[in-house]
Design a protein around this ligand. Sequence first.
Ligand SMILES: [Zn+2]
Ligand SMILES: [Zn+2]
Length: 175
Amino acid sequence: MAVVLAVAAFVGMEALVYVSHRFLMHGPGMPIHKSHHQRRPEPGFEANDFYPLMGSAVAMSAFAVGLNVGGLAPLVPMAVGLTLYGAAYFFVHDVYIHRRLPWFGAEVPVLERLKEAHRIHHLWAGEPYGMLFPVVPAALRQRAAEVDYDPFPPSGGRRSALARGSAPSQVPAER
Ligand SMILES: [Zn+2]
Ligand SMILES: [Zn+2]
């Protein structure tokens, strides 16, 4: 049962991320989220980091309540799923795709597919809003294939672009 709850929380998080990314972050939350869609001179924190911070606050609260309040123990495996999702998101989005930290330089085919999907999000600040299971309409994929622009530092070569601080980690805001 605990494993089912953890997996459900993990998968459910992707749906929650889709909805909040599309309707909150690209809606009333855009003043904060736009920091992630702008070209920045060098790596560092961005205002958008507020959102994952809120996610971790929710997970930590769920752990605290689940571990201390009788009858609410199922919150613990759900918090585990939420935390694993957050860690996977951080690795895929911040480490692998945007290379904000020089932790991983290898090219992984399945992650390259997620990277291409996220490139499309950054090209037009639209679909796909999902991260680990992004759904990209075929027409959109076709349109993106005709655009050369890659907002991310190149794959392969540990520390390369990040260490030089030469490649913008964000797509320009104008589109
Ligand atoms: Zn991004
Ligand atoms: Zn966005």
